[in-house]
Design a protein around this ligand. Structure first.
Ligand code: SF4
Ligand code: SF4
Length: 350
């Protein structure tokens, strides 16, 4: 039997939920949501579960990930219970539940702890550079190695176990039977959703936002590939050099627009921003900007006398790779894609 926790609402507020107790269960939000279906009905159900504190039901639910935060439900709610923001808060809360280290929850709930983590990462880079007597060649070599080691270890030690936990909560624990063939057949859906996020096109008037996200994801993944595997900062190949410029410029321009939108609060989705939302867009913007400047300084033969810009890039990169990717909002990209995959598996079981 599901256990009710009346204090759950308070706990959820630490993840950014606001005013959802004002809900009087009218169902307008579900009616206006273009992604809600009779089989997967939300957000009202999620609001009710949150008010009642049905933690186990929420933990095994994929519905928070099926919402793409268009904000229509919040705009139409007669009680201003902000169901869209509640769905976002549930995604943050679920992220902390999937994370076996517990660090995700700590960082989401405490700004001082996040600041300390960012400072420690920055101090680590500066101490390392100091120990090399600020030798640019050694630092750049270490930076390149760090990228490769970080990708492998963050995925193996943090992200993979967390995806397995998510699978456990939503498929195994509720006793859903899925054949091996279904797992294999649905892999294509996982890849399609991961790279295109096409479900968000189902939200009304969302084409431009979808397009922005698409080129951001492609720009980010390509820049990762160009810097890590094509060694952009050391490359003499003109095609690789230009490719890296284009990718970092795309990241900078798109994230600049996201930051501007959050500052202006002119859309329903940007009215409420938690520290984790700011960290995500600002650090992505800084990654694009500092990468672009570093390569420009290399091409203008200025980097040797301006090592600080590479150190700044390294600090942003280390903070991004060790804090935001494994424990912050970056994980939403992964969990959302796997949610679509698991939803497909559950559908096959029906
Ligand atoms: S529209 Fe508002 S009041 Fe009505 S069910 Fe949704 S959250 Fe509750
Ligand atoms: S934010 Fe949009 S997609 Fe999410 S529940 Fe509300 S109406 Fe549906």
């Amino acid at each position: 039997m599901a256990s009710i926790d009346p204090k759950f609402g308070e706990a959820l507020k630490a993840y950014g939920a606001i005013d959802f107790n004002a809900c009087y269960n009218c169902g307008t939000c579900t009616a206006v949501c273009s992604l809600s279906t009779p089989e997967d009905s939300f957000p009202r159900e999620m609001v009710r579960c949150s008010v009642l504190g049905l933690e186990d039901d929420l933990k095994s639910s994929l519905k928070p990930w099926l919402c793409y935060y268009c904000g229509e439900c919040s705009a139409h709610c007669p009680q201003t219970a902000n169901p869209g923001e509640l769905m976002m808060s549930l995604r943050r809360w679920l992220t902390s539940k999937y994370d076996w280290t517990g660090l995700s929850g700590l960082l989401y709930k405490s700004l001082p702890i996040s600041i300390v983590a960012f400072l420690l990462a920055a101090i680590g880079v500066i101490v390392f550079a100091f120990n090399t007597a600020f030798n640019l060649e050694t630092i750049m070599h270490a930076g390149h190695n760090f990228e490769m080691i970080a990708i492998g270890s963050v995925f193996t030690l943090i992200l993979l176990p967390n995806i397995i936990r998510m699978w456990w909560f939503v498929i195994i624990k509720p006793g859903i039977k899925v054949s091996f063939i279904t797992y294999l057949k649905s892999t294509w859906d996982l890849l399609v959703h991961m790279f295109t996020q096409k479900r968000s096109l189902g939200c009304d008037n969302n084409q431009f936002r979808w397009f922005e996200h698409l080129i951001l994801v492609l720009g980010y993944l390509l820049l990762l590939f160009t810097t890590v595997f094509l060694d952009w900062f050391s490359s003499q190949n003109l095609f690789i050099i230009i490719l890296g410029y284009v990718e970092s410029a795309i990241i900078f321009v798109v994230t600049f627009d996201f930051v501007r939108s959050r500052i202006k609060k002119n859309k329903e989705i940007s009215k409420f921003s938690q520290p984790s939302d700011w960290f995500f867009v600002i650090w992505l913007l800084l990654m694009g900007l500092t990468a672009l400047i570093v390569r420009a300084f290399i091409d203008l033969d200025l980097l040797q006398h301006n090592i600080w810009i590479y150190l700044l890039h390294m600090i942003v990169l280390v903070q991004w790779a060790l804090i935001i990717v494994p424990f912050g909002k970056w994980t939403h990209f992964l969990y959302r894609s796997f949610a679509m995959y698991f939803a497909k598996l559950i559908e096959a079981d029906r």
